[in-house]
Design a protein around this ligand. Structure first.
Ligand code: OFO
Length: 174
C-alpha cells in the first residue's frame, strides 16, 4: 500500500503529465492553424504519449491500493513566435519533468518504497529519450532558421516520424 507522501507525489506527477498533454496539444493546434501539418502531427503524437504517461501513473496508484485525486490543469500557452520557440519551451518543460521524476525517485528511496522506485525506472529512461528527441528537433530548427524550403522539409520529416511512431505505439498495444 502507498504511504500518503508517495501517493501525493504520484498524484502531482499525474497532474504534470496531463499538463504536458495539454501543452503539446496546444502546440499541435498552433501549428495546425499555421499550416505546418508535420509539426502539428508530431506534437499531437507527443501529446498522446503524455496521456499514456499519466495513465501509467494512474494505474500504478490503483494497483498499490492508493487513491487518485485529480486537480486543475493550468491553461497552456497558445501561441509561439516560431517553431523554434515552441520546441525550446518543450525542452524546458521536459527538463522540469525530468527533475520531478528524479525527486520522486529520491522520495521513494527515503520512504523505502521499493515498488514505486522500480516502477519509476521506466520514467527515468523515458525522460532521456524525451529530451533527446526535442534537442534533435531544436538543432535542426537552428540550422534551418527562417529558410522556408528547409522548414517545409523538416515539416515533412516530422510528419513521417509521427506516422512511424504512431504505428509503433499501435503495434505495442496489440
Ligand atoms: Fe514528455 O514527459 Fe511525460 O514523463
Amino acid at each position: 500500500m502507498l504511504n500518503e507522501k508517495v501517493q501525493n507525489a504520484l498524484n502531482e506527477q499525474i497532474n504534470m503529465e496531463l499538463g504536458a498533454f495539454y501543452t503539446y496539444l496546444s502546440m499541435a493546434a498552433h501549428f495546425e492553424a499555421d499550416g505546418l501539418k508535420g509539426f502539428s502531427a508530431w506534437t499531437r503524437h507527443h501529446a498522446e504519449e503524455e496521456m499514456v504517461h499519466a495513465m501509467k501513473l494512474y494505474d500504478f496508484v490503483h494497483h498499490r491500493r492508493g487513491r487518485v485525486l485529480l486537480t486543475a490543469i493550468a491553461p497552456p500557452k497558445t501561441d509561439w513566435q516560431s517553431p523554434l520557440a515552441a520546441f525550446e519551451d518543450a525542452l524546458h518543460h521536459e527538463e522540469k519533468v525530468t527533475a520531478a521524476i528524479n525527486a520522486l525517485v529520491d522520495l521513494a528511496r527515503t520512504e523505502r518504497d521499493h515498488a514505486t522506485e522500480s516502477f519509476l525506472q521506466w520514467f527515468v529512461d523515458e525522460q532521456v529519450e524525451e529530451e533527446e528527441i526535442v534537442v534533435d528537433a531544436i538543432q535542426k530548427l537552428k540550422r534551418v532558421q527562417d529558410f522556408a524550403p528547409g522548414l517545409y522539409m523538416l515539416d515533412r520529416e516530422l510528419a513521417e516520424q509521427a506516422g512511424a511512431e504512431g504505428e509503433e505505439t499501435e503495434g505495442e498495444a496489440e
